[in-house]
Design a protein around this ligand. Structure first.
Ligand SMILES: *Cc1c(COP(=O)(O)O)cnc(C)c1O
Length: 432
């Protein structure tokens, strides 16, 4: 399969080139030239297939010109080595827990998939690849963890100073080796803008091979479809129309779910639940897409004012507002509502949600007011300990720390503070 640039100027590329480039030379996001549905029997008999086999069949068409069958199988084995449990709250509400990976956030799957691909693609190349990534919270840790020790790859992470949680910050500043953390005096949008500028900067790109590990990168984005497909395998037997509520920031995760839908997975509706960064819910209400500056919230991994993957979603639905709104509902919730939901679910079900999952829960409940006869699944995208102070204050309880996190608290943070783009540039161009 070839990938084309959504700006339509740059030439089509293979999966490998799309991963190495990150973004196309004309600054467009890469998108599959065509997506072929999986056979009906795949969906009707899915419960008889092994997870690895399901994953292989779902991803194959996207990577087949760049990875051998054996390579893809071995990557999937390494990537999918932790569970994605489904917890049932009641007959119409289930939670898909995606936080059982090494950094306790759902981004581990995409980050590890991409790291393993780049590890294979950079073998035998003599130029080192620099992965440049902006994070509003969880990407940094997942990418750092996925890429640590991968030969031929250096990782530079930009994060907004004081706007990520303590645990998130430690996850990206304590690894050392080939991972460096730049602490930016600004917001996530400032970090993302600096990364974009670096990709456009010829002085840098002539000397360094840069790529992104944000969900812009197809290797980060596409494997996320597996959550939905593997969940479908379990949920199918309930025989109710399935709706997925996805706490969304850059809209990569939900867009991957929509690719699964395009592969033939039966879903009634996707719900994009956002915090106060409400560009997409506003779009669905007003038909006007107005990106804005992001505002800080307690679900900080979704503090995005101009979601980069929205263009992919729009493309999947042929840029038709009607087609899109038939498949996507979107609602926004503020921090007070989010905290109330955390408390309500704890009191009613004795389940501890993190603020991102709580936004997903709220989105689901809003939708189900009008569509009660559905099987609602909301994605719990991070372990509540990653947002310890908010969750503990809201519930007035102490949450025990998993051992991985306990260990982190004894490690020393190492970061480089920067204010302006120029400092990033100097850093990237310094002697190795
Ligand atoms: C990144 C992240 C999100 C948002 O995912 P997108 O793909 O950017 O929409 C939601 N929750 C958590 C915990 C995250 O880390």
């Amino acid at each position: 399969m070839k990938f084309y640039s959504l700006n339509n100027i740059a030439p089509d590329v293979s999966f490998k080139e799309a991963v190495i480039n990150g973004i196309a030379p004309d600054k467009g996001l890469y998108f599959p030239r065509s997506i072929t549905s999986l056979p009906d029997t795949f969906w009707s008999d899915i419960e008889f297939l092994e997870d690895q086999d399901i994953a292989f069949k779902a991803i194959s068409q996207f990577v087949e010109d760049s990875l051998s069958k054996e390579e893809l199988k071995s990557i999937l084995k390494k990537v999918l080595d932790f569970p994605f449990p489904i917890i049932e709250l009641d007959d119409h509400t289930s939670i898909l827990e995606l936080f059982h990976g090494p950094t306790l956030a759902f981004k581990d799957v995409g980050a590890r998939f991409m790291a393993n691909c780049l590890g294979i693609f950079s073998k035998g190349q003599n130029t080192e690849v620099t992965v440049l990534v902006a994070t509003s919270g969880d990407t940094g840790g997942a990418v750092a963890n996925g890429f640590i020790g991968v030969p031929g790859v250096k990782v530079v992470i930009l994060y907004p100073s004081g706007k990520v949680s303590d645990i998130q910050e430690r996850q990206l500043t304590t690894l050392g080796q080939n991972i460096s953390a730049l602490e930016v005096n600004g917001t996530f949008d400032d970090c993302q803008a600096m990364v974009k500028e670096a990709f456009l900067d010829k002085e840098i790109t002539q000397q360094r091979k840069l790529t992104s590990a944000n969900s812009i990168n197809v290797a980060r984005w596409l494997p996320q479809m597996l959550y939905y497909i593997l969940a479908y395998k379990t949920l199918k037997k309930k025989n109710l129309p399935i709706v997925f509520s996805v706490p969304s920031g850059n809209f990569g995760n939900i867009c991957a779910g929509m690719v699964a839908h395009r592969l033939g997975m039966p879903v009634k509706q996707f719900i994009a639940a956002t915090n106060s960064n409400d560009t997409v819910p506003n779009y669905l209400n007003t038909r006007t897409y107005l990106p804005k500056k992001s505002v800080p919230t307690i679900s900080n991994a979704m503090d995005v004012g101009d979601p980069s993957n929205f263009i992919r979603i729009d493309t999947l639905y042929q840029k038709s507002f009607d087609l899109l709104s038939n498949h996507l509902s979107s609602y926004s919730f503020n921090d007070d509502q989010t905290k109330k939901a955390i408390l309500e679910v704890y009191n009613n079900y004795n389940y501890v949600m993190d603020p991102h999952g709580a936004v997903g829960f709220l989105g689901l409940k809003e939708y189900q007011k009008y569509h009660p006869e559905t099987l609602g699944v909301f994605l719990e995208t991070a372990h509540p300990v990653k947002f310890l102070s908010v969750v503990e204050e809201t519930l007035n309880i102490k949450i025990p720390l998993p051992t991985e996190i306990e260990k982190l608290l004894h490690k020393e943070k190492v970061s480089i503070k920067i204010d302006k783009y120029k400092e990033l540039k100097i850093y990237l161009l310094r002697d190795k």
